[in-house]
Design a protein around this ligand. Structure first.
Ligand code: DX5
Ligand code: ZN
Length: 223
């Protein structure tokens, strides 16, 4: 039997109090966050507008953990360089927003970052098959992107399992991240399906006790 895969918890800074950004980052890191997930929304690809490179640059000054930047935007290729310069560790673009995905992934790596592809709930896993050699991460959206605090879409679990099989068969080191509606119960289901990075917004922030919430997710994931 394969040894259990280590699971990383990536709290989404979208649910933080932006006026207290530095303190929020410190509290997440003290609470055991493995990565800081950064939800970039452009008001076009998704019906919401959030942060840009200057925000990431401010985060970078405060954070010691990797910044996991999820670009929910049209023409993400135009923004690879600015986010890389701002201190992104991972840059993930949406397959639906990138007609020349192969080239975009090459440019993310050329900028010195880890390259990820995100899939909306309706997008089949097959879109990543021919770019696996360029990938460090696949992100399964388990809600429709745009907002925190939504209900987990259970149909995304079988896609997660299919991606796990594809990644394992490739023999490559590719993280499998799941994002949206992750809380006690869905964390466990996602990890059983093969996810090894869990993004969590409301589940970490809502109770105000970040360390306790992160630990509870870890326990659920291991159960
Ligand atoms: C949704 C974002 C998610 C979101 C997760 O568009 O990509 O990262 O902030 O928030 P929760 O965990 O509250 O669903
Ligand atoms: Zn996200």
């Amino acid at each position: 039997m394969r040894p259990p895969r280590p699971v990383r918890i990536a709290p989404s800074i979208l649910s933080a109090d932006f006026a207290r950004l530095g303190d929020e980052v410190k509290a997440l890191e003290a609470g055991g966050a493995d990565w800081i997930h950064v939800d970039v929304m452009d008001g076009r690809f998704v019906p919401n507008l959030t942060m840009g490179p200057p925000f990431v640059s401010s985060l970078h000054k405060q954070a010691t953990r990797p910044l996991d930047c999820h670009l929910m935007m049209v023409e993400p290729e135009r923004w690879v360089e600015p986010f890389a310069r701002a201190g992104a560790h991972v840059i993930t673009v949406h397959a639906e927003a990138s007609p020349h995905l192969h080239r975009t992934l090459q440019s993310i790596r050329a900028a010195g970052c880890k390259a990820g592809v995100a899939l909306n709930p309706h997008t089949p896993e097959d879109v990543v098959r021919y770019v696996l050699p360029l990938l460090d991460l696949v992100l399964v959206m388990s809600v429709n992107p745009g907002f925190g605090g939504q209900e987990f879409i259970p149909e995304t679990l079988s896609k997660t399992a299919a991606l796990r099989a594809m990644i394992d068969a490739s023999g490559r080191e590719i993280a499998l991240e799941i994002d949206g509606g992750i809380k006690i119960g869905t964390a466990r289901q996602a990890v059983q399906a093969g996810a090894d990075v869990l993004v969590a917004g409301q589940a970490v922030f809502a109770g105000g006790q970040y360390g306790r919430a992160i630990e509870a997710l870890r326990q659920d994931a291991a159960s």
